[in-house]
Design a protein around this ligand. Structure first.
Ligand code: ZN
Length: 251
């Protein structure tokens, strides 16, 4: 099937669906210049292993090591802008065609593009929590000083502030995760965009949706383990494909 035919087929599936949920991963944010830090090809693995420096165990031992690793990524996230893939998904929600976005991304770009119902299963960077006394502060109260000095932000109690993004080895936010599972069960069409489905829970949600009768579209540069069960697989750039799907839909 040509790309054009695939895009038409995707629009057709969306047009006939009753309850569509999107599941997005790092591939939606790479066109905004944010590397997939879970991927060894991101460049963020060359010096350090994120599985170690971005783990909760390492954070508790020496938060400064984590913050040294985070600094370049934090700058990219701070200055990144939503790209056409984010905007297309926000548009689909405004048109009533998408009911929720489940995302693995922590960058908040879906919300900045105008999406409203975003389930961030790996947390986010808008807030930080002290690992000792659990005081919560908005991240923007810490960012300027951190980017200027590189020093790990510290609470008045002496504990380190950790961004509310989920580190390796850390529990996922259970309430958000349960909502994501409920949406996967409820939808009759799951649109997977920019996720290679390597990391749980994202890897499991399409199977859960399919087991409950949902159809699935995958738009991702690389193949995934779910491809054989998907109704449509488009191996192309989300920032090109999603706006072209939107163009074929009413409104
Ligand atoms: Zn504290």
């Amino acid at each position: 099937m040509s790309l054009e035919d695939q895009i038409e087929r995707a629009a057709d599936l969306l047009r006939h669906a009753r309850y569509v949920v999107a599941l997005t991963g790092a591939g939606v944010s790479t066109p905004s210049g944010i590397p997939d830090f879970r991927s060894p090809r991101s460049g963020l693995w060359e010096k350090d292993n994120p599985m170690v420096v971005a783990s909760i165990t390492s954070f508790r031992t020496d938060p400064q090591v984590f913050y040294n690793w985070l600094r370049p990524l934090a700058e990219l996230i701070l200055y990144a802008q939503p790209n056409p893939a984010h905007l297309a998904l926000a548009h689909l929600e405004q048109q009533g065609l998408i009911r929720a976005i489940i995302t693995q991304n922590i960058d908040g770009l879906h919300q900045r593009a105008g999406s409203r119902r975003v389930l961030e299963v790996h947390g986010h960077m808008r807030q930080a929590t002290c690992i000792r006394c659990y005081k919560q502060v908005p991240a923007n109260s810490l960012v300027a000083r951190f980017l200027a000095t590189g020093e790990a932000p510290t609470c008045g109690c002496g504990g380190a502030f950790k961004p509310d993004a989920i580190l390796f080895g850390e529990q996922l936010p259970i309430r958000v995760l349960n909502q994501a599972i409920a949406e996967a069960r409820r939808c009759d069409l799951l649109l997977v965009a920019g996720s290679s489905l390597h990391v749980v829970p994202a890897a499991e949600l399409p199977f859960l949706a399919a087991d409950h009768g949902a159809k699935a579209i995958i738009v991702n540069l690389e193949p995934t383990d779910f491809d054989l069960r998907a109704d449509l697989v488009i191996n192309d750039d989300v920032a090109e494909v999603l706006p072209r799907i939107v163009d074929l839909l009413p409104g």
